[in-house]
Design a protein around this ligand. Structure first.
Ligand SMILES: [Zn+2]
Length: 310
């Protein structure tokens, strides 16, 4: 499923990307915008040349995660429909004019809401979503608009389930869930992606709750769940990140995407406590703004950069 671009386009993309990197790096050096781990800044995240990058974009109460692996790009989820401009501006600032993959983890508005707007500006080559049961097909306007936007984008469309795999640059991506088509809620249809780059493993769990975590634990070799970086399920809710699941994952870095003073109380204090048993490197978009996890292939080091909140 890896998408090969014509060589000329690839070279052109690389040159444009290199120019953007140089310009933005100079701007960053002059204005001192670049922030290192745990430091705060209200400025935009600058472009990095790290080979593997995870960007949790600050989109309020929802998820939108941009991943770059070498010269390939993927956007997991697109938050509520109000966040389209935020996502487009973020991707533009990263020099992204096309996505190799767009992923809808599941069909809730806080995950698919802005795909129509984003796809008007930045097209995906391949659209990925989970296989899910007919009785959970949403009847919402948001879902209708999402389907139309995918069709209009001209993207190749694929529904995935556990056992499927693909590559993004040099990253190997395996689908761990949905394990079956028997989920009882849309959250539990969430596409769970295991992304491996060198020895770094990252888990993206959508809004998977404890029921799907349990199914996943039963169906999967636990060693595959051990991860350097965990995107905590369901915005840090206490209905996700169960103890047994975290025992298998043992995350070193955790990212949580949620809105300031959101009405759900995300992230739950009890979830944060469970996560702190494994790491104190827990980053929350509501507190730290955009969160960027960078992995440098040459030095084999990880670094986290945050934009800070206004
Ligand atoms: Zn959600």
């Amino acid at each position: 499923m890896a998408q090969q671009k014509p060589r000329e386009t690839k070279l052109k993309d690389k040159i444009i990307y290199a120019i953007v990197v140089v310009i933005l790096t100079l701007v960053a050096l002059i204005s001192g915008k670049y922030t290192s781990e745990n430091s705060q800044s209200s400025e935009n995240i600058t472009v990095s040349d790290a080979e593997f990058q995870i960007h949790m974009i600050d989109v309020g109460q929802g998820d939108s995660i941009f991943i770059r692996a070498d010269d390939q790009t993927m956007l997991i989820d697109s938050a509520e429909s109000s966040e389209g401009e935020t996502i487009i501006q973020y991707l533009n600032a990263q020099g992204v004019s096309e996505l190799n993959y767009a992923v809808a983890t599941h069909m809730h508005a806080d995950h698919i809401g802005s795909f129509p707007k984003v796809f008007n500006a930045i097209k995906p080559q391949i659209m990925l979503e989970p296989v899910f049961p007919d009785d959970l097909i949403p009847t919402t306007k948001t879902y209708e608009k999402y389907l139309t936007a995918v069709e209009d984008s001209g993207a190749e469309y694929k529904a995935l389930k556990a056992g499927d795999s693909f590559t993004l640059g040099n990253a190997e991506i395996s689908v761990l869930a949905p394990v079956s088509e028997e989920a009882n809620s849309l959250n539990n249809t969430s596409l769970v992606l295991r992304v491996q780059y060198d020895d770094i493993v990252c888990l993206f769990t959508g809004d998977m709750e404890t029921q799907e975590e349990k199914t996943l634990l039963e169906a999967t070799d636990p060693s595959l769940l051990k991860a350097t970086f965990l995107k905590a399920g369901h915005h840090g809710s206490d209905t996700s990140s169960g103890e047994k699941f975290l025992e298998a994952v043992q995350p070193e870095y955790v990212g949580i995407s949620c809105g300031v003073d959101n009405k759900y109380g995300h992230p739950a204090e009890s979830t944060l406590e469970h996560l702190r048993n494994y790491t104190d490197k827990i980053y929350i978009t509501a507190q730290q703004g955009d969160i960027v996890f960078l992995y440098d292939h040459d030095t084999k080091t990880c670094n986290v950069v945050t934009s800070g909140k206004e």
